[in-house]
Design a protein around this ligand. Structure first.
Ligand code: ACM
Ligand code: ZN
Length: 515
């Protein structure tokens, strides 16, 4: 029997007798026609088969042959599905659409990799091995973050990326849309955000940080494009959480609307990497009006329950020297600039909560006091996540030491294209334990899950984005779906080696495995 390789590995998989070969006469049976169409759309391009969808009427014989059935299951854990393959048929059962989608991805992985091609493949034996799979994720939050502030990627590339994430059963795409180096989302009320804030004069060279390329760079996603991408992701079971950064990482907005800063200097969209001292002024009411206007438009575009407000890397030097910020500290009875940041975030959190959304922030939002309902994204290792969970807050773990997919993929940097000056080989990613031991037993439920992060300073193209993401993101998918106790790297590498033909068929520019 050939070995079955699934990423992420199924919670329970048993081989069973029989097999089922899809052919030109195979029919789909489904209660929900749209779901049947989704599956047909996955299988049709490479097989060339019509795969007509039929309703699941009562008179369908229970032993209907040459069929793929999508059967509604009694309510189960969200995202759970079962998939059985026996002689003459395959059955996916789930209570929710998300479960069916995961079952379909598993079905695709059980077929020969040619099924992933987008044109007809001839001479392929489309046989599914006999299996009984029962599967559900260990963690509800399985995400990948993408920064488009430093470099951005075409809509078609983002869609391809989402397709690949869905293939690995990720359910969240964290879209980092605003940065010191570029504002990337159209906001109708503030056109200068994209007229001015979306463009930088030049970019520091990736292989020599003392020189610049002298070429303007920029662009943005229109609201129409954003809507299209959000819908595309949703069809694939992926929720998009937007990130609009405050109070730091907002230099592009200050360049567009200088009155939003503490003042006294000229703001220009940043042309190199690093932490920017100029941040939104916390003393001016105008800033909060602006941010609420921006979020108002964002909420229309993103149905996500979670909205990320950044909160990281906001130096306080400008606030210390700003009369308006100091007046705010006094008026609100705050102890210092850290508490001013917490107060700043509280204004936005209350506003988001009133609109039924949850605020997510990087772990710096713990400094100066966590706002009441915040979810913390732990990136500077796990310490922030541990503190937040133990304090009763929800947490998404994304420690840089295991999850920063912009780091070098080899300890020997000379073997790799330029990246941020840290290493994170696949082997290390595979050791990612999502729930740290330091979180007390009764608080572990606060760990919603985790995600891999892709900062784009050193990711100038969509091809390179794929190179940095894969295969490391696949290891993250496996960890978040299973959280396996045993982490034998040799076993992972062997599984990945068998799986690489899938990435080839998907035309993903992954980094080759080390020998
Ligand atoms: C971060 O990496 N600055 C969240
Ligand atoms: Zn100020």
């Amino acid at each position: 029997m050939t070995e079955i390789t699934l990423f992420p590995q199924a919670q329970s998989l048993e081989r069973q007798a029989g097999s089922f070969t899809i052919n030109a006469r195979t029919r789909l049976f489904c209660a929900d026609r749209a779901l049947g169409e989704t599956l047909a759309n996955y299988l049709r391009p490479a097989t060339g088969f019509a795969l007509p969808a039929h309703p699941l009427d009562d008179d369908i014989a229970s032993d209907v042959q040459n069929a793929i059935l999508l059967l509604p299951a009694a309510a189960g854990a969200p995202e759970r599905y079962t998939l059985t393959v026996e002689a003459g048929r395959a059955v996916i059962a789930a209570a929710e659409r998300r479960g069916f989608l995961h079952g379909m991805q598993t079905l695709r992985q059980l077929l020969p990799p040619q099924v992933l091609a987008d044109d007809v493949q001839t001479g392929v034996d489309w046989t599914l091995p006999g299996v009984a799979i029962s599967d559900a994720p260990a963690f509800a939050w399985r995400g990948i973050h993408l920064d488009v502030g430093r470099h951005m990627f075409p809509v078609a590339s983002i869609k391809k990326f989402l397709d690949t994430l869905a293939f690995y059963k990720f359910n969240t795409f964290h879209w980092h849309l605003t940065e010191d180096q570029g504002w990337r989302i159209e906001i109708k009320k503030y056109p200068r955000l994209t007229e001015v804030g979306a463009y930088r004069a030049e970019t520091v060279l990736l292989d020599d940080s003392s020189r610049f390329d002298g070429r303007p760079y920029g662009g943005f996603y229109t609201q129409e494009e954003v809507r299209d991408i959000v819908a595309y992701a949703a069809e694939r079971g992926i929720s998009i959480m937007p990130e609009i950064e405050l109070p730091g990482h907002g230099l592009a907005a200050l360049a567009a609307y200088p009155e939003l800063g503490c003042g006294g200097r000229e703001y220009r969209v940043r042309t190199n990497w690093g932490i920017e001292p100029d941040i939104y002024c916390a003393g001016k009411d105008r800033v909060f009006e602006f941010l609420k206007d921006v979020f108002s438009e964002a909420l229309e575009l993103f149905p996500s329950k979670y909205i990320h407000i950044g909160g990281d890397e906001a130096p306080k030097a400008r606030w210390k020297a700003c009369p308006a910020c100091q007046a705010r500290i006094k008026a609100e009875g705050l102890a210092d600039e850290d508490e001013l940041q917490s107060w700043f975030i509280r204004q936005i959190e209350a506003w988001l909560n009133e609109r039924g959304r949850n605020l997510v922030g990087w772990d710096e939002i713990l400094e100066g006091g966590l706002t009441p309902n915040a979810t913390v994204m732990s990136w500077r290792g796990s310490a922030g996540g541990i503190a937040a969970a133990n304090a009763g807050h929800d947490v998404i773990m994304t420690p840089n030491t295991y999850c920063y997919l912009d780091y070098y993929q080899h300890e020997d940097w000379t073997r790799e294209p330029p990246a941020i000056a840290r290493s994170l080989p696949l082997k290390q990613v595979w050791q990612y334990k999502v729930v740290p031991d330091e979180i007390t037993e009764d608080k572990r439920r606060h760990i919603l899950g985790g995600q891999g992060n892709l900062w784009s300073e050193y990711i100038p193209t969509a091809d390179h984005l794929e190179y940095m993401a894969f295969p490391r993101a696949i290891a993250i998918a496996d960890v978040l779906w299973n959280h396996p106790a045993e982490r034998d790297y040799g076993a992972l590498a062997a599984r990945l080696k068998r799986h690489l033909p899938c990435l080839d068929a998907l035309n993903v520019n992954y980094r080759p495995l080390d020998d």
